[in-house]
Design a protein around this ligand. Structure first.
Ligand code: GRF
Length: 234
């Protein structure tokens, strides 16, 4: 059976590890999206080399070469049109998008963010999660709306925050879940199982049943560690 695959562009600015996860997933014969283009606003982004190695068409336009945000986005939009793109995945794309571009791609553009939204929108999410003292952290795939990291949620994955974590160790734990979550979310959106109706996500599957929820097991206290707190009244 031939599956009709949704032509999808991935927009990156850097190393492209999520892009690679999406490209690898899209190699499955039953995957509902075809990666038609990897685009970067940073012409020497490492991820472009990865895409090239997979034989995926790539394109780069530096935003610095355009006088206005809109001029850059019009050129980007033209590239997407040239490649017949129907769906856009932002994967570490470090440019704020204008209301025009976001409205133009409304319901057809998703992003991955390294926190459990709506907590920790914006940058440095891992350091901020550690500072806040949360015990569960994670990542979110959401539809893109004009407000940064505020769009309707498609899927989430959670990881524990462990004693001794640094922003780096926590980022690595989250990233490995991003690589599982984003392909799953793209599968939901490209297949039509999940879609945006007005401002609400409508889904025909229980996406939350499939997310990666990692819960810490019993706490391994070393022998003789004793009680930290004696019961009251003794
Ligand atoms: C990821 O952590 C993603 O959640 C965030 O930017 C990072 C991109 O990493 N939006 P990579 O380029 O996919 O490796």
């Amino acid at each position: 059976m031939t599956v009709s695959r949704v032509k999808t562009a991935i927009l990156i600015s850097g190393r492209g590890s999520n892009m690679r996860a999406l490209v690898e997933a899209a190699q499955e014969p039953d995957f509902p999206a075809e990666i038609a283009l990897v685009f970067s606003n940073v012409p020497d982004a490492a991820g472009l080399h990865i895409a090239n190695a997979f034989g995926i068409p790539t394109s780069a336009l530096s935003h610095r070469d355009f006088g206005t945000r809109e001029a850059f986005e019009r050129a980007l939009d033209a590239k997407l049109g040239d490649h017949g793109v129907e769906l856009v995945c932002l994967a570490g794309f470090m440019r704020l998008l204008s209301e025009w571009f976001v409205d133009h791609w409304a319901g057809r553009m998703i992003n991955i963010h390294p926190s459990l939204l709506p907590s920790f929108r914006g940058l440095e999410t891992h350091a901020r999660a550690l500072k806040a003292g949360v015990l569960i952290h994670g990542c979110t795939v959401h539809y893109v709306v004009a407000d940064l990291d505020a769009g309707p949620i498609v899927a989430q994955a959670a990881v524990p925050v462990l004693a001794g974590d640094t922003p780096k160790t926590l980022a690595a734990r989250v990233l490995s879940q991003e690589h599982r979550l984003y392909p799953m979310a793209l599968r939901l959106v490209a297949s039509g199982a999940t879609r945006l109706e007005d401002t609400r996500v409508v889904t025909s599957v229980n996406a939350s049943a499939d997310v990666v929820m990692i819960v810490p097991g019993p706490i391994p206290l070393s022998k003789g560690s004793g009680r930290a707190f004696e019961p009251l009244g003794r």
